[in-house]
Design a protein around this ligand. Structure first.
Ligand SMILES: Nc1ncnc2c1ncn2[C@@H]1O[C@H](COP(=O)(O)OP(=O)(O)OP(=O)(O)O)[C@@H](O)[C@H]1O
Length: 963
């Protein structure tokens, strides 16, 4: 029996170790071998790694870089030290075990995205031929063209996304399958590759309103596992790229500790920084965010999930943790460089890198945003925000099954599945000639180009190995980037690449290089990652069953049953045991394998027996249950029949009622119709009635007008007749006296002459008193004698006919004309007789009534004590126009010892709407245009004033003769 010894650098078999002789035989490259590093195993055994002499020579010439030895000083080879060949490496997690000798492989999927032109009418060198082909046409300015390579080039991709493609389309086609893999426990790598400014960062990150690959991935992951998320801290990292699961109580105390720590950190950050890390802009971004709402359905519902994210960048070939906590107080150390390590499963990981457990896309985006702020970005001539480093955002999904009851997480480490998806935004390749970079930018560009070149070399060698069956060492370790990618290219998951292209002609030469690399990459095959299904022999659907059980229990409790202590019983167990253990034939470990298989089979037999017993019990219980159910069924059937009869009756009643309802509805309809007609008629009637009312009002107004005209005429006629009669009477009287006098004797005649003369005088006097005054005689004699009054003539325009009528009423027949009121007695004391409901005039000019006594009802005492009287009347028409009149007069004692008012003056205040036209403003006017006095009201109100005593029933017209 012999073991192979391979060269650490080129992986060629360089020696065989023979158990029989304990010696070594050179083989393969036949160049001999040297010790390179030694490994001390826990058991104390020391093993060696070797390199062949050829690789040793190449490394000494610096044309090959070797991985650093762990020990600087290699211990001297001691021939007595047993040289134990290295044990074969454990198969990396998820890597398919070669049983039949063939391994399923997938090509690296390469997609092409062409960004929209930067300017309109930009000269372009890229054309989309169809959904998977692009054509590159060299512009005359290009280096290739000038070197005589002016031919058009055709490149094929998995899919080409043109300038108008959406972020959603790109994500669905490129990344969604990787998200599905991630959630089912498989690893994936997606990286954006291209020239600077070609849209790699846009593709990976996008904008809040239209998220790129990273944002959408987070959305879809959380959309898919929302209901199945584990509580925070149930899973925690073991510091060696693995995870442990812990009980709920431990998780609770860890949560509290974390909260306290993050609280104190947040306080410290707030204290030291005014702008809390752009939290405002972050929340603003979140508010503008349009999340992707799609989800993956094929996930194991009986698992619980936790998501961890990390964010690192490779800058100048150093790795930095973008989420590292940097103390803000005290001397700041800045970000520390990290190293890449290999875990127990030979997976590469960034040692001591911060992994944040996130519970929502918003949490994850907050972390992403935090990292982005630390990314090295700088202005270059080709991109104002050019990434100067490669960034790797890794999402790790940790999942573990629920226990048999579907209640708690199974915490054994071997049941935990960890998968990861690395989303890489590579820095763009750039030529200093074009960027005109200086200083740091040149160094950065050099490092970027070197790492990209190394990626290209690795891919080239991989492809060559795959095509030729060669075994050339792939120089993953030459740069941090390829070192980190090693697992993926070695078969640790699906690899996809999005090649970003800027179609502008200036980029032709670089774009051509990118295309060549893309073509190369698409020919590389990576081993398909097949995640072994973990079968713990637990019933599937237990989470749902548990939920259902709890729901039923709650419902029973609500209905009054005591189901609180019922426990979930999710037996039967559907499988006999977990999957067969992975065993391989090896004579050394035969015993161990047989024991393992024996244990497994015993367990299976035990499970089978248990299941059989369980099955018998269940059959019995099901039978009794069925019998019980049948009895119930019989009862229920009879109940059903009676219910059906009732139902039929009810159905008949319902039909009757429906018919009635239909009748009622049709009656209702006809009534509604009638109602409508009546309403229409009513409207018409209302219109007619309004017209009639208007005509009536008009007629009434006409009648009033006519009545007033006739009344005036009648008065005038009466006056005229009266005058005629008086003239005639006077004439007849004097004629009678003249007839009587000659008949008398001289003595008698003397006596009688004197008496007749006196009688004649009396008669004449009486005539004079009774004769109505002509318009020139209309001024009351008392007026001129009354102090404090302004005499008016007819020429005064403010005095109109109605005023004269009022003035006429103040006839001086019974007044003591010689009455003089002394000023000392207060001849200017007024009785201000106002209407009961006075309309406020709001006028600026107001009559001056000094020392007035304001009354609404006049008593004789008021008149006796005061000397002047003012009566205010108001009239308001329907248009709101107001007419206010002030009748002023003197209070004089009458011959009979009473008091009377002699009106001397009328003031009229008319308030009119300036907008109203005479037509639109109907106004009560007399035929000569002067407003009419409302005699009735006036008479009623001033009856006391005129008479000196109250005569409520006296008509104004009948009093006029006495005045
Ligand atoms: N598909 C696109 N649609 C709209 N704008 C785009 C698209 N691709 C790129 N851009 C815009 O082009 C500019 C440069 O893009 P981006 O920064 O993503 O390039 P890059 O390839 O990451 O460059 P670098 O390698 O220098 O970081 C950005 O302003 C971005 O918004």
């Amino acid at each position: 029996m012999s073991d192979e010894v391979r060269c650490l650098a080129c992986d060629n078999v360089v020696a065989d170790h023979h158990d029989s002789c304990g010696g070594w035989q050179h083989r393969g490259c036949q160049t001999g071998l040297s010790r390179y590093k030694y490994n001390k195993l826990r058991s104390g055994i020391i093993t060696f790694d070797f390199i062949c002499n050829r690789c040793k020579f190449l490394s000494s010439q610096s044309s090959l870089s070797l991985p650093m030895p762990i020990m600087e000083s290699t211990p001297m080879f001691n021939s007595r030290t047993p040289m134990v060949p290295r044990k074969p490496r454990p198969t990396p997690r998820g890597r398919p075990v070669e049983r039949s000798g063939t391994v399923e492989q997938d090509p690296v999927e390469v997609f092409c995205r062409i960004r929209p032109p930067e300017q309109e009418e930009q000269e372009e060198c890229v054309t989309v031929v169809d959904h998977s082909t692009v054509k590159l046409s060299p512009p005359p300015t290009s280096f290739a063209f000038r070197n005589g390579n002016g031919k058009e080039q055709i490149y094929k991709f998995q899919q080409v996304f043109g300038p108008n493609c959406t972020q959603k389309d790109l994500f669905d086609r490129t990344t969604k399958p990787l998200v599905s893999d991630l959630l089912t426990g498989k690893n994936g790598l997606l990286f954006a590759y291209g020239v600077t400014g070609s849209g790699k960062t846009y593709t990976m990150e996008g904008i809040p309103q239209d998220g790129g690959i990273i944002r959408r991935t987070l959305d879809v992951v959380f959309n898919s596992i929302t209901e199945y998320q584990a509580k925070r801290c149930i899973f925690k990292t073991d510091g060696m790229n693995g995870f442990d699961a812990q009980s709920e109580s431990d998780a609770f105390s860890d949560r509290r500790r974390q909260d306290a720590l993050s609280g104190s950190r947040a306080t410290r950050t707030r204290k030291t920084r005014q702008d809390p890390g752009g939290s405002n802009s972050n929340s603003q971004n979140n508010s503008q965010r349009i999340p992707d709402i799609s989800r993956i359905d094929e996930i194991d519902e009986d698992n619980v999930f936790s998501i961890f994210v990390s964010y690192v960048e490779i800058y100048n070939n150093y790795i930095y943790d973008l989420l590292e906590y940097v103390q803000e107080v005290g001397p700041s150390r800045g970000l520390q460089t990290k190293i890449i390590r290999e875990d127990a499963q030979h997976n590469m990981y960034v040692h001591s890198c911060t992994e944040v457990e996130v519970k929502s896309p918003e949490d994850a985006l907050e972390v992403l945003h935090r990292g982005q702020k630390r990314r090295k970005i700088a202005y270059t001539r080709l991109n104002c925000e050019s990434s100067r480093s490669h960034s790797i955002f890794t999402i790790r999904v940790v999942q573990a099954p629920l226990d048999a009851q579907g209640e708690e997480v199974v915490t054994e480490k071997e049941n935990i599945t960890v998968s990861q998806l690395s989303l890489v935004d590579l820095a763009g390749s750039e030529r200093n000639v074009r960027t005109k970079a200086v200083g740091d930018r040149v160094k950065e560009a050099g490092n970027i180009n070197n790492s990209l070149m190394n990626l290209r070399t690795c891919i080239e060698i991989l492809r060559e190995n795959q095509l030729t069956g060669g075994n050339r060492k792939v120089p993953y370790r030459d740069s941090r980037l390829t070192h980190y990618f090693k697992n993926y290219f070695d078969g640790e998951g699906h690899v996809k690449m999005v090649v970003c292209i800027n179609p502008k002609a200036d980029d032709y030469d670089e774009t051509l290089t990118v295309m060549k690399f893309a073509e190369l990459a698409s020919e590389v095959q990576v081993q398909r990652c097949i995640q072994p299904r973990r079968d713990l022999g637990l019933p599937p659907g237990r989470r749902r069953a548990n939920q259902l059980f709890k729901e039923v229990r709650n419902r029973l409790q609500e209905e009054g049953y005591n189901a609180k202590n019922e426990v979930v019983d999710l037996s039967p167990i559907y499988s006999l045991a977990p999957d067969w253990p992975a065993v391989s034939y090896c004579p050394d470990t035969m015993e161990e394998v047989i024991t393992k298989l024996k244990t497994y089979l015993v367990k299976r037999i035990h499970n089978r027996e248990k299941l059989n017993t369980d099955l018998k019990d269940k059959i019995l219980s099901v039978r009794s249950h069925i019998a019980e159910m049948e009895n119930k069924n019989l009862v229920l059937n009879s109940e059903l029949r009676s219910i059906q009869t009732l139902y039929r009756d009810a159905l008949g009643t319902i039909r009757n009622l429906q018919a009635q309802v239909q009748n009622a509805e049709s009656a209702n309809d006809s009534l509604l119709k009638q109602l409508n007609e009546y309403q229409y008629l009513k409207v018409e009637c209302d219109v007619v009635r309004e017209e009639r009312d208007m005509a009536k009002v008009q007629g009434h107004l006409d009648k009033q007008r006519m009545k007033a005209r006739l009344k005036t005429k009648l008065e005038l006629e009466k006056e005229r007749l009266k005058n005629d009669m008086n003239t005639k009477l006077t004439q007849q009287k004097s004629e009678a006296i003249d007839l009587v006098l000659p008949v008398l004797s001289t003595n008698q005649s003397k006596i009688y002459r004197t008496q007749v003369k006196a009688l004649k005088e009396m008669l004449l006097v009486d005539d004079i008193r009774q004769t109505p005054r002509s318009s020139t005689e209309s001024e009351p004699p008392a007026a001129s004698a009354t102090p404090g009054f302004r005499p008016r003539t007819n020429s005064d325009p403010s005095i109109n006919t109605s005023q004269q009528q009022v003035v006429d009423l103040a006839g001086p027949a019974v007044v003591n004309l010689r009455h003089r009121r002394s000023r000392s007695q207060g001849c200017d004391k007024w009785v201000d007789h106002r209407p009961t409901q006075e309309v406020p005039t709001g006028t600026i000019l107001k009559p001056t009534l000094t020392r007035n006594k304001s009354v609404t009802r006049v008593r004789t005492d008021d008149l006796a004590k005061n000397h002047a009287y003012c009566l205010t009347t108001q009239r308001q028409d329907s248009h709101g126009e107001l007419e206010t009149k002030l009748y002023k007069g003197n209070i004089l004692p009458t011959a009979g010892g009473g008091t009377q008012v002699v009106f001397q003056d009328v003031e009229i205040l008319q308030q009119r709407d300036p907008m109203a036209t005479p037509q639109t403003s109907p106004r009560k006017r007399s035929s000569d245009g002067t407003p009419k006095v409302d005699h009735n009201t006036l008479q009623d109100r001033c009856a006391v004033g005129i008479q000196g005593y109250s005569t409520p029933n006296t008509h104004f017209s009948s009093k006029r003769s006495k005045m």
